[in-house]
Ligand binder design. Sequence first.
Ligand code: NAD
Length: 331
Amino acid sequence: MLATRFTKMFGVDHPIVQGGMQWVGRAELVAAVANAGALGFLTGLTQPTPEDLAKEIERCRGMTDRPFGVNLTILPTIKPVPYDEYMDAIIRSGIKIVETAGNNPEKYIPAFKQAGVKIIHKCTAVRHALKAERLGVDAVSIDGFECAGHPGEDDVPGLILIPITADRLRIPFIASGGFGDARGLVAALALGADGINMGTRFMATKEAPIHDKIKQKLVDSDERQTALIFRTMRNTARVHRNSIAEKVIEIEHKPGSTFEDVRNFVAGVKGRHVLEAGELDYGIWSAGMVQGLIHDVPSVKDLVHRIVREAEEIIAGRLEGMMRERAQAAE
Ligand code: NAD
């Protein structure tokens, strides 16, 4: 077992998080993650209304008695989102862990704090992490350029972002973006993080509530098959590189293009259809560079336990072995 500030703060066995994923973070997956001893998050906005979110929380409770949380992402959307009502639904449901993401969480912190909710704020820059720390969040998830979804506009990969965060942040933090196996977990811990967040890797598990064709596509794809859309709108998103992503990039780079020109291609409801029906080119769907490291579709339990077991083997075997060899050579 790997004990870190993160496992102690959130009462979980393993320093592994399944963060918010639009259309994927549903009760089946989150409960499986919780039952495996890691921390899973239901994705708030995957539920069409706050009432549906409250029902999904109850559904998840029916499948696990371990801790889990809810993700609340605040980014531009096609239809306005009643964020306050989602926040109320989270608090009224008795959820005690929230992952905020996408924007400054300041407005929501007092109500969450008053309700005894611990907040992990996910962000893509150290300055935003420090600001969140000042605002009183409990932990940070720092998201490198490798990630799926929105990597921000600074393009700083984890190998730089994680140690810089470790140097400057006092509260516990987990490393996000590009993680999918034990080597990544050990590296993140060595760079100063208290754990890892994985998204894309959890999509390729038996319990992920998405079509098998998507899981197989993740297994078959390499690290180059992602694309960055919305760069021209400063709302960059890393998605799986399919014909729609390439079309969107072509359109948005035409002089004078606006969001309206790509709106029909990128709508989240189309992405949802991709994931549910396995129609790979029907819309855009998020995937990180880590797909190049995904070679199978295990159960969540097998994945989490494999990562932890192999991480212990790397630390106690490979790394300590190097120290022993050095000590023997010096004798
Ligand atoms: P949606 O259907 O409202 O929008 C689809 C995409 O277009 C989203 O990426 C959104 O950020 C972007 N968008 C919407 N309006 C925009 C505008 N005016 N300018 C620039 N970009 C715009 O969203 P959805 O797919 O239903 O997702 C709901 C929420 O979850 C959004 O906030 C979205 O950004 C977020 N999301 C996050 C991830 C992630 O991996 N972090 C992945 C998918 C969606």
